[in-house]
Design a protein around this ligand. Sequence first.
Ligand SMILES: NC(=O)c1ccc[n+]([C@@H]2O[C@H](COP(=O)([O-])OP(=O)(O)OC[C@H]3O[C@@H](n4cnc5c(N)ncnc54)[C@H](O)[C@@H]3O)[C@@H](O)[C@H]2O)c1
Length: 143
Amino acid sequence: MKTKSVKMAAVDELMFKILSRKAEIGIIGLGYVGLPLAIAQAEAGFKVTGYEISKEKIKLLNAGKSDIDDIPDKLVKAAVEAGKLRATEKGKLVPVVMCTVRSAVGTVGEGLSAGVTDYVVKPFEMEELLERVEKALEKSRGQ
Ligand SMILES: NC(=O)c1ccc[n+]([C@@H]2O[C@H](COP(=O)([O-])OP(=O)(O)OC[C@H]3O[C@@H](n4cnc5c(N)ncnc54)[C@H](O)[C@@H]3O)[C@@H](O)[C@H]2O)c1
């Protein structure tokens, strides 16, 4: 097991990547929640990849068009043309660690059935999350 300082160095590195906008954001599902989030992150300067199962939606978004009433085409177009947003269905090898709420009985089982790699239940310690992310990455690299 790695030492705490190594893990905290990973947190520092992540914080640096976030603050310098070098971090890349992945969003699963570009619907009413995912698309506005993707646009907001792209506008904030991050490179965003949205993983979608709808081929139709992928085509539409990559062509700079929105299918969500509250999100005008021009916002999607600007993000796509700036190279800050792309939609893809190639997300099968992305490991997912679900952060869920203590009261959400059944959520963990649903998540695992849907294919999440692992989960933590709120409230959780940063160390625990890092441990699980590390294990999920190791698992995905071994596949
Ligand atoms: N809309 C809300 O106000 C709200 C509030 C709280 C929580 N939520 C939760 O957030 C989640 C998303 O809600 P929404 O309103 O954006 O739904 P939505 O139906 O508008 O969007 C979901 C998107 O995810 C895509 N999708 C489905 N399965 C996928 C998969 N396996 N891989 C990749 N993409 C997939 C769908 O094609 C769709 O584009 C839901 O779990 C919902 O319960 C929504």
